[in-house]
Design a protein around this ligand. Structure first.
Ligand SMILES: [Mg+2]
Length: 362
């Protein structure tokens, strides 16, 4: 862990606007927490002779290749695949077709696989159980959740040493709490504040703990006004209280029937009452990819980020020097990818990761 984070500072020198931990990272909108607005991420238009002809779309349609010859386009140049989970491996609690076979083939071909999720509701151990329940043989060490990233960030920034006696206030579910337990950081809030309502009579107020030195905001299906008020008081009134966001996803997959409001809505509530921008630890912040690349001693040029979102997964890959592949099995449609509003171009796109191997014909 320590070795990784020491190296992270070096790795991050290429990330515009980043100046080390303890400094807020760029958001997908390109706005830093210091209030300075940086330019959008540069376009990375890929031109490849393997791009199939297109007629129905504009903008990137001539420059983004649909995966058609996976061995030559992808497998021969990639040693490590980093998969987003929601919309790539599963949708809600439903496994996407062909995933177990594809992962098995990738491993048989000597490829390393990691699984990165912005969802903070589970710890790494919690995600391991989900993989197990879906019949996928994945080690806990191959899983990187934003709940783990939040704890790793506190560990790197030496929260326990630099803020002795301080604790964390959690807006979020059990995943964040479990990860904080593993590194011994005390916390309050989280599921314990579920259902609480502040009294609204004359003279009533919420008393907050002045020893809260950081507020972590992750996805919370039980967020309420009490939690928002508590977080507001900690950030606005406690000296040097950090505001940490596990992720800024606008929408998420809770079920496979529709999109649901994501953690961006919870973070937005706290931004709205504090005027502060959070330290972002999930995608597209570089923290998790730096951890993986450093820990495994990997060549970034031979790592491919595979995801279903342009503004987090693909941007995350591009900002970190990885190859990128968008899959259409999640939130992004081909129309959106190739339409005039989009300027984030993956190296390749495919219907799903099952297309990483040419289907055998009978
Ligand atoms: Mg996803």
């Amino acid at each position: 862990m320590k070795l990784y984070f020491a190296a992270v500072a070096l790795c991050l020198t290429g990330v515009k606007g980043f100046s080390g931990f303890g400094t807020r990272m760029l958001t997908p909108s390109g706005i830093s927490s210091r209030g300075k607005t940086f330019g959008m991420a540069p376009r990375h238009i890929v031109r490849t002779p393997l791009s199939p002809p297109r007629q129905t779309f504009t903008s990137l349609s001539a420059s983004v290749a649909k995966l058609s010859e996976p061995q030559g386009q992808l497998l021969s140049t990639v040693d490590v695949f980093i998969f987003d989970c929601d919309g790539v491996i599963w949708r809600g609690d439903s496994l996407i077709d062909g995933i177990p076979e594809t992962l098995e083939k990738l491993r048989s071909a000597g490829k390393k696989c990691f699984f990165v999720t912005n969802n903070s509701t589970k710890s790494r151990a919690g995600y391991k159980k989900k993989f197990d329940s879906l019949g996928l043989d994945v080690a806990a060490e191959e899983i990187f959740s934003s709940s783990f990233a939040a704890a790793a960030y506190l560990e790197q920034s030496k929260f326990l040493e630099k803020k002795a006696g301080k604790k964390v206030y959690v807006i979020g579910e059990v995943g964040i709490c479990d990860e904080l337990d593993l590194i011994g950081v005390p916390y309050i809030g989280g599921p314990a504040d579920e259902g609480k309502q502040p009294e609204m009579v004359s003279g009533a107020k919420v008393d907050h703990d002045e020893d809260v030195g950081a507020v972590i905001v992750g996805f919370d299906r039980h967020i309420n006004y009490y939690k928002i008020q508590y977080a507001q008081l900690c950030i606005n009134e406690n000296e040097d209280c950090e505001f940490i966001a596990t992720n800024l996803d606008a929408v998420t997959h809770l079920t496979d029937a529709q999109e649901w409001a994501g953690n961006g809505s919870m973070v937005g509530a706290i931004k709205g009452c504090t005027g502060q921008e959070p330290n972002l630890v999930g995608k597209p912040s570089p923290l998790m990819i730096d951890y993986i690349a450093e820990k495994e001693g990997l060549d970034r040029a031979r790592i491919c980020m595979v995801g279903d979102r342009l503004d987090t997964d693909i941007l995350f890959g591009k900002n970190n020097g990885l190859k990128t592949c968008l899959v259409l099995s999640g939130v992004t449609t081909e129309e959106k990818l190739l339409g005039p509003e989009n300027d984030v171009a993956p190296d390749f796109y495919a219907d799903s990761i099952a297309d990483f191997f040419v289907k055998e014909t009978a």
